[in-house]
Design a protein around this ligand. Sequence first.
Ligand SMILES: [Zn+2]
Length: 392
Amino acid sequence: MTQTLVELIRIPAISPENGGEGELKKAEKLTQILKTVGFDKIERYDAEDKRVPSGKRPNIVAYYYGGNTSETLWIISHLDIVPAGEESLWTITKPFQPIVKNGRVYGRGSEDNMQPMVSSIFAVKALKDLGVKSKRNIALAFVADEEQGSTYGIQHLIKQGLFKKADLIVVPDSGNENGSFIEIAEKGAIWFRIRTTGKQAHASRPHTGLNAHRIGMEYAVALDKLLHEKYSKKDEYFDPPESTIEPTKKDKNVDAVNILPGEDITYFDCRILPSYDLDKVLNDIQTLATEFEKKTGARIKIEIVSKSVAPKPTDANAQIVLMLKEAIEETRGIEPKAGGIGGGTCAAFFRAIGAPAVVWCTIDEMAHQPDEYAKIDNMVNDAKVFALLATV
Ligand SMILES: [Zn+2]
C-alpha cells in the first residue's frame, strides 16, 4: 500500500485553473495498478476539456461484483491535487518526491486524496485475494476536478446516470484523526473574485491615476468585517460551528514597485451555514461594492468563481451511515458521531440528487499544507473498514 501511495504521489495532477495539465498521467498510472488487482470491469468516463493538453479529464470506475447486484457500494476518491504552494516551506521532502518516515508518507496529495484512494483499492484487493465474495457490488470511482468544483469529475459521472438513489456512497475526503466523525452535512460555499479597476499611473504622481490596489484592499477589509458581523450565528452540529469568511488568493498586479496599480484582484472563500441564504450574502457583497464605487470612483466587479447551495443533509439513520458506524465500532471499538463540516466535497452533488452520501476517513488533516503526509496506519485501518462495508 505504501509503495502504491508513493507511486501515485510522484505524478502530480493539477487542474488547468492552477496551471496544471490535469489528471491524465495519474489516471494512466492508476489504471495499471487497478489492472493488477483483478476488478471485474474498469471503465473510463472522460470529460472533454480543451484547456488541458490531452483535451480530456479522466474519470475511472472499477467494479468488483457482489452477491446482491441491485445494491452498489461506491467509494469515491479524487485524482487531482492542489498545487504544492511555496516549495521552501516543505521541510521533510520536495512535494513530488515522496518519502516514508516515522510511519508516514510525505508529499503533496498524500493525504488528500491518495491515502483513501489506496485504502479503497486494497480493500477490494484483500477481498479478492482472500476469496471473500462481496455482499453487494463495489464500485470505486476515481474522479477528476474535485478541487475546482467537480464539473469534469463527479458532476460528469452523475450526468452519465451512474448513480441510483438506493446506492451506498462513501466519499473519503474529510475526517478526523481517529475516524470518529462521519460527515453527513456541509455548509454552502461561495468563492468570488473582486476585480477593482482604477487608473494606472507613475507611483510618484498618484493624483494622475486611481490606485486600484488601495481601494481593493479597503473594500476587502470592510467586506470581511461586514460579513463576519452579519453572519455570526453558530451551529454546534457543524465543525467549525460558525460560517467561515476568508480572503485568500491575490492575483499579481504590476511588475514594478513604482507603478501605481490600475487593477487589483482579490478572492474570498466563504463557507456559510445552511440556515443562511447564500443569495442574501451575495447581495450584501454587491451592495458594499456599489457603495465603494460611489465613494472612490473605481469600478468594483464581483465575479462568482463558484457557488454551491448546501443540499439537504444525509439522514443520520440512512443505511450507509448505520453500516459505517457499525464497521468503525467493530474495527476500532469507538462510537462514531455524525455531523456537518465546512469544506465542500463531492458528497453534496449526491445529496442534491437524493442519494445518501457520507464523507469519512481517518486523517491528521494535513490537506493543502506544506509537509502534507498520510499515516500508513490510517491507510491500512480505513481499508479494513471499507472491506467490512462490502461484506456486512
Ligand atoms: Zn480532497
